[in-house]
Design a protein around this ligand. Structure first.
Ligand SMILES: NC(=O)c1ccc[n+]([C@@H]2O[C@H](COP(=O)([O-])OP(=O)(O)OC[C@H]3O[C@@H](n4cnc5c(N)ncnc54)[C@H](OP(=O)(O)O)[C@@H]3O)[C@@H](O)[C@H]2O)c1
Length: 335
């Protein structure tokens, strides 16, 4: 089968190759992939910045959707022809997160979705909502489940509450859509007024251009009468202090991303004076994926795809992600 492999770290080391088709073992299924989607993590993985000791060659990308084409022994609950997406963590089915559950991520260390076929654990091959195309469903496993976990897995967001989402990439646009569907009010930050207008057309109540307003935490407090209930913190080094400023007393900061770097100066006293709750998020479980899919079906949510590329164009798709010119998700059509 055809697959892209990271043969050496760096974007030039991402190459198409002919590799043996995988075979499903006990409790596993073979999936013919139809579409894959990109996450910021994939860029870090290709560059060797996620884990420079990750064994190569590696088929990258954690997210994809396709059709079950073969069942391994002992598989129940799935049949050939089912439309599924692979859970990011093949080993986190339900319950609390743990070190063991973190070991089974697709696209590093497990083979990823930038391939014509892949093997999934049957338990972690999640049926996709009927109203979604494969391209739409391919956006769900990492960005969608992360946004869902941040909003609903602990102290679920309540109607009438407010949420801040940063930028207009994959996680943030899912969080915007889920929060709007839940009856919350959303403030979005972006580097671009045009992207802010698109976010408002998706239901955001207001937006702040963080390039024009570098101290946007105060702007967000002014817009929301004292601060938001919850922040979807994807910016990292350059945004964490502003997020702590933007959240209300007793509010929550869901710590997710590192778009502007990993090392931040943290105003610790603000955390305790405002009694802010901070929680690290690492995608989520199959159980969360299934709960998210029920909400997507019930609310007829359509994932926002910025651009779709052909399989051979995967390196070009990665460059678009790196440029941050996209809005929502970037998808690669596999078949
Ligand atoms: N912990 C987890 O489980 C988990 C899961 C998924 C993702 N993540 C992390 O979350 C982050 C977002 O991932 P993603 O896949 O959604 O990324 P993405 O689609 O590449 O999002 C990029 C967008 O974020 C905005 N952005 C870039 N730098 C920013 C900054 N300094 N401040 C505010 N916004 C900024 C830009 O939007 P504008 O052009 O509108 O400004 C950019 O287009 C990444 O760091 C990723 O590694 C973590």
């Amino acid at each position: 089968m055809k697959a892209f492999q990271i043969q050496e770290f760096g974007q030039d080391g991402l190459r198409m190759a002919e590799v043996p088709a995988p075979e499903p073992g006990y409790g596993e299924v073979l999936v013919d992939l139809k579409a894959a989607s990109l996450n910021y993590r994939d860029l870090l993985m290709v560059e060797g910045l996620y884990d420079g000791r990750m064994p190569l060659p590696l088929i990258p990308l954690s997210d994809g959707a396709g059709v079950v084409s073969k069942l391994g022994e002992g598989v129940t609950g799935l049949k050939v022809g089912d439309r599924v997406a692979g859970a990011f963590f093949q080993s986190w089915i339900c319950g609390r997160y743990s070190h063991e559950k973190a070991r089974g991520a697709l696209g590093g260390p497990l083979p990823g979705t930038l391939a014509e076929q892949m093997v999934l654990r049957a338990e972690a091959a999640v049926p996709i909502p009927e109203h979604l195309t494969f391209e739409e469903a391919a956006t769900l496993p990492c960005a969608g489940v992360t946004a869902w976990n941040a909003l609903f897995a602990k102290d679920p967001l309540q109607p009438g509450e407010s949420v801040l989402v940063q930028g207009t990439g994959g996680v943030s646009i899912f969080a915007l859509q889920f929060a709007v569907a839940a009856g919350a009010s959303v403030v979005v930050t972006s580097s671009s007024d045009e992207k802010l207008a698109r976010a408002i057309s998706l239901g955001a109540a207001s937006g702040v251009n963080y390039r024009l307003h570098p101290h946007w935490g105060k702007d967000v407090r002014n817009l929301t009468g004292g601060g938001v209930d919850r922040v979807i913190e994807v910016g990292g080094a350059e945004t964490l202090a502003q997020s702590l400023d933007a959240v209300r007393f007793g509010g929550r900061v869901e710590v997710i991303g590192v778009l502007s770097g990993v090392k931040a100066e943290v105003p610790t006293t603000m955390i305790l004076h405002k009694a802010i709750e901070m929680r690290g998020i690492y995608v989520g479980s199959v159980e969360m994926f299934a709960a998210m899919n029920r909400a997507i079906s019930t609310n007829n949510i359509q994932p926002v795809i910025g651009e779709v590329f052909g399989f051979e164009e995967a390196p070009k798709a990665l460059r678009l992600l790196e440029s941050a010119a996209h809005f929502g998700k970037i998808v690669i059509r596999v078949a």
